[in-house]
Design a protein around this ligand. Sequence first.
Ligand SMILES: [Zn+2]
Length: 315
Amino acid sequence: MTEEKILGQNSQTRKILPFISLSKSAIWSDAAVPQNPLPGLYIDGNRPKAPNDIPLTHPDSFLTTFHMHCLMTYLRSLAPLDKYTRPLTTFEQVINHKTLPQHGISTLYGVLQNLSPSTPSYVVKWETDLHQTFTEEEWTQMFTFATQCFTATRAQETAYKLLSRWYRAPSTIATYSAATDASCWRCGAQRADLLHVWWSCPVLQPFWTLVHDAISKISDSPPSYTPAAMLLHHTPFSLDTYRNSLDIRLLNAAKAVVPRHWKSPIAPTFREWLDELQHIRDIEDLLHQSSSTTAKHMRHWFYWSKPACSPLTIQ
Ligand SMILES: [Zn+2]
């Protein structure tokens, strides 16, 4: 038996403990040692097994004791002994299988999903920023609005990026580098965080006010003028009611134009918002044109299409 079989295929192990190979027959009983000995063969929990508990040819010899001491010293230098015999993780069990698992991709996807905490980190950060807590149902609903309720994928992507705090505010970037300016690129406010650059910045506030005024003129139940409602789609309405409303389209269009002026002192204009809305409507027109959902689509945009509510009238 070679030392690789005893200590594994690690070349560094072979380099550090060459002397083990000199008298391996004195340590291991070739007949008793399995082909691929696992650490549990010579480690019990967080300590080495006694030589008499290991299948050794001469367990009581000085040389055996010396080699075992060298081996344990080396293993301890790599990791605590109890780490060698810990239960395998699900991923390791999958990898350890000799054959490919059934539904392998689904299995690995499940493993990856379980690695993620059930509550995303951005949930706590938003609640801290907004000084407001939301129930699990409310978060589930906001997550659904930001990921699954919109056909215009570019605007949908912006909504999701904002919810998941993908955008990096000046105050966040400054934590990576002390030389970075942490002030707002629009108003110069110090320590500008995500809520500031997306909502409370005085240069951006007139844009949100215009958007909210426009929505209020054509919506029976406009969203409240809060960052939770305007940025995260926090609404008292049910999932179906809100996803079919005009509000979600108007708000997603507004959010889609804000990053176009990222790191620019200029806020988006009302006209840019209207153009984005028209773009979203064009996409929905195409999608519904040849389907049986045209009537539903027309209902989504009904109030926006009425002459009294036309963009020019609102403006
Ligand atoms: Zn600002």
